[in-house]
Design a protein around this ligand. Sequence first.
Ligand code: ZN
Ligand code: FE
Length: 256
Amino acid sequence: MAHLDLHHFICREDNYGVLAHDHRSGATASIDAPDALAVERALKTKGWQLTHILTTHHHGDHVEGNLALKEAFGCTIIGPRNDGEIPGMDKAVAGGDTFTFAGREVRVMDTPGHTKGHIVYYLPSEHVLFAGDTLFEMGCGRVIEGTLEQMWQSLDQLRKLPTHTIVHVGHEYSEANARFGLSIEPGNRALQQRAGIVAAQRTKGEMTLPTTIGEELKTNVFLRPESPEIRKKLGLENASDAEVFAETRRRKDSFK
Ligand code: ZN
Ligand code: FE
């Protein structure tokens, strides 16, 4: 079976929209629906018809297009069972659930932290993860509804996916995240290099996605609490990984 065709685009200000399309059946999913018009425009560009929306969490910048797209396409909306209100949701899912999209298995993982019921979608046959606002390029979501401990557990789960897993995330925050990462782990060569690459891409207005789990393991300080340099920087040489993560996240919240 040929891989799903993925198409991503930036909408609103810094949200990423992603479409996943299966040529054979014509099935097309939008991962979240930040902006109905932007999603429709992307569909039109590709000549695809929307059949599904896979929602990661209830925030407005992820569900605002739900009802208009459902009205226009009659698509099925799948979303988190334990998060806030998901407009137009047809099917509620939670961690451990699996369902089929275009003949592929989709595994739902609970990743609470950013919101209390945030979920991500992992397609093992495609080696693809749709991470929403849990994991960003060189960053992670702000911990709003859950606890820092929960967010760490969520990210730790994602860390264990195969390194070649292709990752799509909810926002283009790569430049700011690289800057913060270098303030925490300035000696990380891979991060220095990537910071240069994304800065050049963003200057040209290019998108920086997708990333991979392997790339994030090397360059994302939120996934690197074992790093001796980070631990030393934070004065947490003997702390747990969860504590190192929590302090890293707190520093990001006040980083200018
Ligand atoms: Zn969000
Ligand atoms: Fe968001």
